[in-house]
Design a protein around this ligand. Structure first.
Ligand SMILES: [Zn+2]
Length: 162
């Protein structure tokens, strides 16, 4: 879907002025543009559709006043901020936040690695590509896997706590 098609279908995805709350007129970008490419490919539009099904049940005034303040990646997972939302909305975002942890931010494939330093999930191909891009010729001597943590190791402690 193009941004214009997204805006036509989901007006709440429009970019707004953070101070006045006014939508930016005639902008051809959306709040979804700040989402990492891989996540947008994997579940961006699916998430918008689900959120929209919830938003259209809200009273008209709540729908009119609703604004996204930011959609981004932080600590390897999706962060979605708004100026106020329903419990159901938060549940939907929570579901995709969990999904984002194991989805490659580069291409949307299932992630196998977590990068060290800047924590992000990567698939095999993107992890190697990303490593070579960052390290250049250095990559010939160092196995790229050493720069990453196996995703099953990384998320293991959290799963056991649950
Ligand atoms: Zn990938």
């Amino acid at each position: 879907m193009t941004n214009q098609e997204l805006i036509d279908r989901y007006p709440w995805l429009r970019v707004s002025n953070r101070w006045t709350g006014k939508f930016v007129e005639d902008a051809d970008w959306t709040e979804l543009d700040d989402m990492p490419h891989g996540w947008r490919v994997a579940f961006g539009e699916e998430m918008c559709e689900e959120l929209n099904q919830e938003i259209i049940t809200w009273p008209p005034s709540a729908q009119e006043n609703f604004r996204i303040t930011q959609i981004k990646e932080k600590y390897g997972h999706l962060c979605f901020y708004t100026n106020g939302e329903s419990k159901r909305f938060r549940e939907i975002v929570g579901k995709y936040t969990i999904k984002s942890k194991t989805t490659c931010i580069g291409c949307g494939a299932p992630a196998r690695w977590i990068s060290r330093g800047w924590i992000s999930p990567w698939c095999d191909d993107c992890a190697r590509e990303n490593f070579e891009h960052v390290n250049g010729s250095y990559s010939a001597q160092t196995p790229w896997e050493e720069e990453y943590i196996d995703i099953n190791e990384y998320y293991k402690p959290y799963e056991e706590e649950d």
